[in-house]
Ligand binder design. Structure first.
Ligand code: PAF
Length: 277
């Protein structure tokens, strides 16, 4: 595996036309590994980027606390047979004097995670756009765990007519059902136990949907019941159209997505599930 530590090294790295990019901020886990495995199946060359993007953090403390596990990340990527890891410095991504296009996520980025973390999605799209310009992949991979991010990346690529296919990959859970997240390392044992209720609540709502329940409010009531108690503060909980992230307040149909974000033991966690009958 080549380690590309500057944009010059990235430009000089020989790659064919089928290149899969997996953009990450490091602190890699099984969810990232599944993106890499999918990218390996679909491309002749796979590049993983590791760059903790300051633009997408609205709180300096969150940026400071973001887990940094570079040695373990590189060992995992070697094991997964990635062709190259791109480890840019800030100036490689945002060169001074070069008019880096600052993107706005628009109204689809103002709700839910965007409302909880103002500016987050503008920063996320700005860096994803930069990485796509620098790497020029044929495919770019995102996990469904960050479903709003995936939706916005798709909308951006479509709007800017970028020549890349956005691939959404299944959310990956630990054996106990907790969705893999770089933030899980901050959970105490008790908080982790409480956090399992996010998945349990989604299962209950999807069972209700499969049994014929179609009213968004009734599905959400079930979720609130399951999440009631423990050290869980719901940030938002909604049923959305998976393609636009517009909130559905009345009847919901197959393919709609239930999304939850909560502070569990002080850790901001996301989870979601697509409704299927
Ligand atoms: O999901 C992430 O880790 C980040 O938001 C991403 C896509 C790598 C952009 O910084």
């Amino acid at each position: 595996m080549q380690q590309l530590t500057s944009s010059q090294q990235l430009s000089a790295f020989a790659r064919g036309s089928d290149v899969g990019l997996v953009p990450t901020m490091g602190a890699l886990h099984a969810g990232h590994a599944s993106l890499v495995e999918r990218a390996k199946q679909e491309n002749g060359c796979v590049i993983v980027s590791i760059f903790v993007n300051p633009l997408q953090f609205n709180k300096a403390d969150d940026l400071r606390k973001y887990p940094q596990t570079l040695v373990a990340d590189i060992a995992l990527l070697e094991k997964l047979n990635v062709d190259a890891v791109y480890l840019p410095q800030y100036a490689d991504v945002y060169p001074e004097g070069n008019d880096v296009q600052q993107l706005s996520a628009g109204s689809a980025g103002d709700s839910f995670e965007g409302a909880a973390r103002p500016g987050h999605f503008d920063g996320m799209l700005t860096v994803v756009h930069r990485l796509l310009q620098q790497v020029s992949p044929s495919h770019v991979y995102f996990g469904e765990k960050d479903a709003q991010q995936l939706c916005l990346a798709r909308l951006m690529v479509e709007k800017l007519e970028m020549p890349v296919k956005v691939v959404g990959c299944d959310l990956i859970r630990d054996a106990d059902g907790l969705a893999f997240s770089s933030r899980n390392v901050h959970l105490s044992d008790a908080a982790r136990n409480d956090a399992l209720r996010l998945h349990q609540a989604l299962i209950r709502a999807s069972e209700d949907f499969a049994a014929g329940e179609r009213q968004a409010q009734n599905l959400l009531n079930t979720i609130h019941e399951v999440l009631n108690g423990g050290d869980i503060k719901i940030a938002y909980c909604a049923v959305v159209n998976d393609k636009t992230f517009a909130e559905l307040n009345a009847e919901v149909d197959c393919g709609s997505r239930v999304i939850i974000a909560a502070e569990v033991g002080g850790v901001h966690l996301l989870d979601n599930m697509s409704l299927v009958s």
